[in-house]
Design a protein around this ligand. Structure first.
Ligand SMILES: *Cc1c(COP(=O)(O)O)cnc(C)c1O
Length: 355
């Protein structure tokens, strides 16, 4: 046996979460699989998703999908960074986002075998990527006239859809609707949060990411309340048990001190696997199905847990860092971050086991 640290990926949960999205939106779904499918494994997840298209952040991810045998439409969410990438875009029949004028010019100058579908992105208030509303008409006209373009989809991105109290989503929606209503084009605005909580933003295509992986995209509801199931369960084992007396310290910096005699379990996972180094003492860790607490600093390859809640702890006991019995959203709250970061940080040292 090798190191017991693995990320189990439940494909049935991924499919289930996709069906939850489809219960909310009857139109087309673009499954967002950027960043190695949020850490879950790009090709395996892409093949399991029954969607109308997939979205990635860069051409390397798209080529990886094509080489893995994925034939579905794939959108490059930031488009191309350089006109040379258009050769690969053409060869692999990718869709590209167009968000700045140079990308239009590159496309006009390219000679592609087949015309592409392009996603014309404009800014409705987030101010991250995209043309201004004033530029939309001219850019659309140039793209519609370009021989390398077969279809234009109009898109924008929401900044605050996770927050049901924020007025921003309605404001962005109003801007998006009025800017696009004169065009015949298909439209896309919604991320996971909007797919589940803001039906008016759905238009033709929704673009869920995090919800597919079973973490909540909204501030006011848990994943379970939304009917989402965790896809990744991050597991390891107790590989050592230390008996500490009151006053003994645990781990680097001697940050944690025992206030009573206690057993401390050492778990084979650390920040070099992607477990967050800034997770503080008190972060929940499931040991043998019982909730325990992280103590002391997270090391590169190990963490320590207080085994007090366990009746008869032994080495080899199973540990769950997050997943089926402990929501990644709960761990993220303790670690003062979001599930997106935790999931995408789990790296290549942790084997994915598909079940
Ligand atoms: C990442 C991304 C999404 C998915 O966002 P989630 O919050 O994970 O649903 C949708 N659209 C764009 C443009 C993105 O970059």
């Amino acid at each position: 046996m090798s190191r017991p640290t693995v990320a189990e990926i439940r494909i049935a949960a991924l499919k289930h979460n996709c069906s939850v999205i489809k219960q909310h939106h009857g139109g087309k779904v673009l499954g967002v699989v950027k960043a190695n499918a949020y850490g879950h494994g790009l090709v395996d997840c892409a093949k399991a998703l029954d969607v109308d298209g997939l979205a990635v952040a860069c051409i390397e991810e798209a080529v990886h999908l094509r080489e893995g045998g994925v034939r579905a439409p794939i959108v490059l969410l930031e488009g191309v960074f350089d006109p040379k990438e258009l050769t690969l875009v053409g060869r692999h029949e990718l869709d590209i986002v167009i968000h700045r004028e140079e990308q239009v010019t590159w496309l006009e100058q390219a000679s592609l075998l087949l015309p592409l579908r392009v996603w014309l992105k404009f800014n409705t208030g987030m101010h991250r990527l995209g043309f201004s509303i004033d530029q939309l008409e001219a850019m659309n006209a140039r793209l519609q006239a370009c021989s390398s373009v077969k279809q234009v989809v109009l898109m924008s991105h929401l900044a605050c859809a996770d927050d049901p109290e924020s007025p921003m989503t309605d404001q962005q929606l109003a801007v998006f609707s009025s800017a696009t209503e004169a065009y015949e084009c298909e439209r896309s605005l919604a991320n996971s949060a909007a797919s589940l909580a803001w039906p008016k933003t759905h238009f033709d295509w929704v673009r869920p990411g995090i919800a597919l992986y079973g973490s909540t995209p909204v501030l006011d509801k848990s994943a379970a309340q939304l009917g989402l199931q965790p896809v990744m369960t991050l597991k390891s084992q107790i590989i050592g048990i230390q008996s500490c007396k009151a006053g003994d310290s645990v781990g680097y910096g001697a940050d944690f001190r025992a206030t009573k005699d206690m057993l401390v379990g050492t778990v084979a996972i650390g920040y070099a696997d992607g477990y967050p180094r800034h997770a503080p003492s008190g972060t929940p860790v499931m040991v043998d199905g019982v909730e325990c607490k992280l103590i002391g600093r997270v090391s590169m390859d190990m963490i320590s847990v207080d085994l007090s809640p366990i009746a008869n702890p032994i080495e080899g006991m199973g540990v769950e860092l997050w997943g089926e019995n402990l929501s990644v959203d709960t761990v993220a709250q303790h670690a003062n971050t979001i599930s997106y970061e935790l999931l995408t940080q789990i790296n290549q040292r942790v084997p994915r086991r598909y079940i």
